[in-house]
Design a protein around this ligand. Structure first.
Ligand code: TF8
Length: 338
């Protein structure tokens, strides 16, 4: 930290550092290696978005800021990587907001099933005042949030039977994220929810420790869940976002110029990532059809029945997360829907 301060002072007073202080030094950009780890694979939109982020950061910093990428949970699951950011041993991760509710309960508003209908709605809420308000809760937990990326609308796979009606959830042992809204929602539907980190899901499905799981189509494809699942039901029961996190310990060492590069790159790469995610949602469906997994649509009528069953769960958590926040969420959504 002392070194960084000295360096900045030198720059702002216009002193050159030796004879070869280039353009980047004068803008306060140091040589740094930034470790960025994610839970999903390189071929997933999350992985492709991270590569785009790396490209932008390295280009904007003239190669001084180097982003080292780690895919497929090689640095650990979402919670473990988030803790590594807090401890300052990892610089960047892009977890689902859902398992972060133990730290910031209000992130749970995004876990309300059947809340969002379209990508326009999700963009408006995540990039609007509600999304911003939640990012502002991160610094007191040692984290900086640079914006939201897309995980997407989630669908259920399982090895027992197709889910066509609200009643079909009964008795299914479903893996959920470590999130009480998801757990209680699936309980209300009669399923037996089993929370576990994503990195353990494939093996648990393969060994029949659980019957099923739920994730967006891009993930079901990328993680080859079709190899160990018989049914894919297009429930689209909830939309969950990713949040782009930086270690605050690391962030606080950066010059304003360096912070600006990371902030802009996270937004720019995020736009690319969301677009890719939406295209991949369509493409993945076509490719999943070829794998032999049984795919079924779920009627709007049945999805409404599911939403009705889950309603008391949403009402309970609305109170817990703060009715003002939830009412603001609904009124922001109304604005987009007009
Ligand atoms: C889940 C999430 C995950 C992501 C990933 C590990 O089911 O959808 O796929 O959070 O970063 O846990």
């Amino acid at each position: 930290i002392a070194m960084g301060l000295l360096f900045l002072t030198a720059c702002s007073s216009g002193t050159t550092q030796g004879g070869d202080a280039g353009k980047n030094e004068s803008k306060g950009i140091q040589s740094r290696v930034i470790k960025a780890g994610i839970g999903l694979n390189e071929d997933h939109p999350q992985g492709q978005g991270l590569l785009k982020f790396k490209e932008i950061v390295e280009q904007k910093s003239g190669g001084k800021l180097k982003v080292q990428t780690y895919f497929s949970a090689t640095l650990g699951d979402d919670l473990k990587m988030t803790e590594a950011l807090q401890g300052g041993t990892q610089e960047i991760t892009i977890p689902s907001t859902s398992p972060l509710v133990g730290m910031i309960k209000e992130f749970g508003i995004f876990d309300f099933p059947f809340l969002f209908n379209t990508p326009e709605e999700t963009d408006a809420i995540l990039d609007g005042p509600i999304g911003k308000k939640l990012l502002e809760k991160l610094p007191e937990h040692g984290l900086i949030g640079l914006g939201y990326w897309e995980n997407g609308f989630r669908n259920v796979t399982n090895s027992k039977h197709a889910i066509k009606t609200a009643g079909d959830f009964k008795g299914l042992k479903l893996r959920t994220m470590q999130n009480e809204v998801h757990i209680d929602a699936f309980k209300a539907l009669g399923a037996n929810p089993t929370p576990m980190p994503f990195s353990e899901v494939f093996t648990a499905l393969e060994s029949n420790t659980i019957d099923g799981q739920e994730n967006p189509l891009a993930t079901i494809k990328s993680n080859k869940f079709y190899e160990v699942q018989k049914y894919l039901s297009l429930t689209k029961h909830v939309y969950t976002p990713f949040v782009f996190l930086v270690s605050k310990k690391f962030w606080d060492q950066l010059s304003p110029e360096e912070q600006k590069i990371l902030q802009e790159a996270a937004i720019e790469a995020g736009k690319y990532q969301r677009q890719l995610s939406r295209e991949e949602d369509q493409k993945a469906l076509e490719e999943l059809k070829k794998t032999g997994i049984n795919i079924n649509e779920v009627s709007d009528q049945e999805r409404e029945k599911m939403a009705e069953i889950i309603k008391p769960v949403v009402e309970k958590y609305a109170k817990e997360f703060g009715e003002d926040l939830v009412n603001e969420l609904y009124s922001e959504l109304d604005k987009v829907r007009q």
